[in-house]
Design a protein around this ligand. Structure first.
Ligand SMILES: CC(C)(COP(=O)(O)OP(=O)(O)OC[C@H]1O[C@@H](n2cnc3c(N)ncnc32)[C@H](O)[C@@H]1OP(=O)(O)O)[C@@H](O)C(=O)NCCC(=O)NCCS
Length: 378
């Protein structure tokens, strides 16, 4: 019998072969289908990038227009889903609301025609189109308001910000938000993607695949770090407090939020792009001290921890961007999910193309041959 070494968290063990995205953590490179994210952030849109990831190639003009058109006209959610969401407690976390709503979609579209390209396409369109509507609807309903109907004349990101704030967004803010979605859409074999692929491998429906990935993304070790960055910046409160704060973290061996990465040992390329976006936002909508605090943090952490390969990660600047846009902190992770759903769907499709159900093994370390003790003798 082959003896396998046990690796907690399956660290370093390939769970799939994939051509969707690639990371070089030493050089700070991230590619989607071979294209560097810097180029996509500059020239592409979220929907075009989603198409690239899911279907493997950049779409032609006609293909992109057809995809955008389909997504635009599938944004509305069924009134029964809206009514179901109205029953959710307003104190509940929006990620739990999103997971339940994504799973509920499967009740309405229960066909599992996984070999039919039209079924795959419809499911992709429906999920990418309705997830933002569900996030915005929960946000409004928990404040006691009716959800806002999607606007067919607005692009994907502008429409989401409109549904969230009940007003048309500034074009720069909408474009920056769209770039944030591009930067969060995919990142190789992380926990939620693995979860999506395991669920996909049972040949269940794509709504269950996305719901299980949303549940996995919700944890603080995965999608939730950008919320904690904002908390930390607020606690620090001023540029003068940065150095003592970092010193204190290092003495207590506490992790500084928004820094360090399992794969990147240089600055996360997404953080570099997000920092520039944050600068543009602050320039247009007014400077605030949190950006100065963040800059000072980056300087001091680099001085103290660059030798360990600790630099800002994607979560360090994304929270700052969303905060400046007036987005509530507990929506940061649902927004991450709005983007990542396209990555999960690309992995769903790739998994189906060469499926083998996930069935790892375990190393049993329990007891054997234990007699059953009657309840009155326990
Ligand atoms: C992301 C993270 C879990 C990566 O962890 P990892 O790959 O296991 O990194 P390691 O724990 O091996 O780090 C190596 C060293 O750097 C230190 N380090 C790593 N991240 C650090 C951080 N954010 N602040 C301070 N020190 C840090 C570790 O304590 C360790 O020091 P040691 O060698 O003296 O023990 C970790 O950096 C972290 O918790 N960061 C903060 C949370 C965060 O921003 N998460 C979002 C990730 S996208």
């Amino acid at each position: 019998m082959m003896v396998c070494e046990y690796k907690p968290g399956l660290e370093g063990i390939p769970a799939a072969q994939s051509s969707i995205s690639y990371v070089d953590g030493q050089k700070g490179i991230l590619e989607y289908r071979g294209i560097r994210i810097e180029e996509l952030a500059e020239k592409s849109t979220f929907l075009e990038t989603a198409y690239l990831l899911i279907w493997g190639e950049l779409p032609s003009k006609e293909e992109l227009e057809a995809f955008e058109h389909e997504v635009r006209y599938h944004r509305r959610i069924k009134y029964r889903i809206r009514d179901m969401m109205k029953c959710f407690p307003e104190s509940g976390h929006p990620m739990d609301a999103l997971q339940a709503s994504a799973a509920a979609l499967g009740l309405f579209y229960s066909l599992r025609d996984l070999h039919n390209p039209a079924y795959i396409r419809d499911s992709v369109v429906r999920l990418i189109a309705t997830i933002p509507t569900m996030v915005a609807a929960f946000q409004l309903m928990r404040k006691g308001n009716d959800p806002v109907r999607p606007r067919d004349d607005l692009d994907y990101s502008a429409n989401f910000l409109y549904m969230l704030n009940e007003q048309e967004p500034d074009p720069l803010a909408a474009r920056i938000f769209d770039i944030c979605l591009i930067l969060h859409v995919e990142h190789t074999m992380n926990a939620s993607t693995f979860s999506a692929r395991v669920t996909a491998s049972t040949l269940t429906d794509p709504y269950a695949v996305v719901a299980s990935a949303v549940g996995t993304l919700g944890g603080p070790l995965h999608g939730g770090a950008n919320e904690e960055v904002i908390q930390m910046l607020e606690n620090i409160g001023s540029v003068e407090n940065v150095r003592p704060y970092i010193q204190d973290c290092l003495e207590r061996k506490a992790k500084i939020m928004g820094f360090g990465h399992r794969v990147y040992k240089v600055k996360d390329p997404r953080a570099t792009i997000l920092q520039k976006l944050a600068e543009q936002l602050f320039e247009k909508f007014g400077h605030d001290k949190f950006y100065d605090i963040a800059q000072e943090m980056e300087r001091v952490v680099e001085e103290k921890l660059a030798s360990k390969g600790i630099y800002p990660n994607v979560d360090f600047y994304s929270g700052l961007v969303y905060r400046k846009m007036g987005i509530p902190t507990d929506l940061f992770t649902p927004i991450f999910a709005i983007a990542r759903v396209a990555g999960w769907l690309a992995h769903w499709k790739e998994q189906l193309a060469e499926n083998r159900i996930f069935r790892p093994t375990q190393i049993y370390n329990g007891r054997h041959e234990i007699p059953y003790t009657p309840i009155e003798q326990r």
